[in-house]
Design a binder for this molecule. Structure first.
Ligand SMILES: O=C(O)CCC(=O)C(=O)O
Ligand SMILES: [Fe+2]
Length: 202
């Protein structure tokens, strides 16, 4: 019997995220990657401290009707679901008993493209809902830090991995995708979310 079996370190048991490595089959990865080649990615300009900046990645938002997303002051209308993405959403909902109804797709052309520290805590997200993050393409580090204590974790997200971010992750922690100068391959990330329908059109 291994030593310390009943006393795993705090960081392994008490964190609100769960990594399921190799969740997608290679066939599923291939179909999603091909489908995403036709997605209408855009690079919105955000206003930060009064200055306009193009985001360092491109993105697309797909969701059920009425699930528009106000993202850093930009209203993103829901586009209808592509076929394989819809199937993956259904699979996640069934397997983990979730009610995900939208997905933000982020495309990182190479290691220069990134995402800064944030929590996904927009008001149109269903309170206490889970976010399911699926990655394709280049493996990238994903950083997580606790808002109060500053405790840090780094996990690598590789092609086909699923990261479940459960409540209270977005309340207590921030996350980021740091740049990696040596990475030349593209990466896709899908964060499936549960939106309160018609939040922006009462
Ligand atoms: O690309 C990633 O792994 C993270 C994406 C993310 O945090 C987000 O879309 O909110
Ligand atoms: Fe996020």
């Amino acid at each position: 019997m291994p030593l310390f079996e009943d006393a795993p370190s705090q960081s392994q048991t008490d964190v609100p995220w769960q990594l399921l490595s190799g969740y997608l089959s290679s066939k599923q990865q291939q179909l999603l990657w091909q489908e995403a080649a036709h997605f209408p990615f855009s690079r919105p300009e955000l206003t930060v401290f009064g200055k306009q900046h193009a985001i360092p990645r491109t993105q697309a938002w797909f969701a059920d009707a009425g699930c528009d997303y106000l993202y850093s002051g930009l209203m993103i209308r829901a586009l209808p679901w592509p076929h394989y993405l819809a199937r993956l959403c259904q699979q996640l909902n069934q397997e983990f008993q979730l009610q995900l109804n939208g997905v933000l797709v982020n495309h990182y052309a190479n290691g220069q493209e990134k995402m800064g520290w944030h929590s996904d805590d927009e008001p149109e997200l269903m309170p206490q809902s889970t976010i399911a993050s699926v990655s394709l393409g280049a493996a990238r580090d994903f950083d997580i830090r606790h808002k109060q204590s500053g405790e840090k974790h780094r996990i690598a997200l590789a092609a086909g991995d699923l990261l479940l971010m459960r409540w209270p992750m977005q309340r207590d922690w921030q996350h980021a995708l740091p740049s990696r100068a040596k990475i030349t391959d593209a990466r896709l990330n899908f964060t499936f979310r549960q939106i309160v329908p018609f939040y922006h059109q009462p």
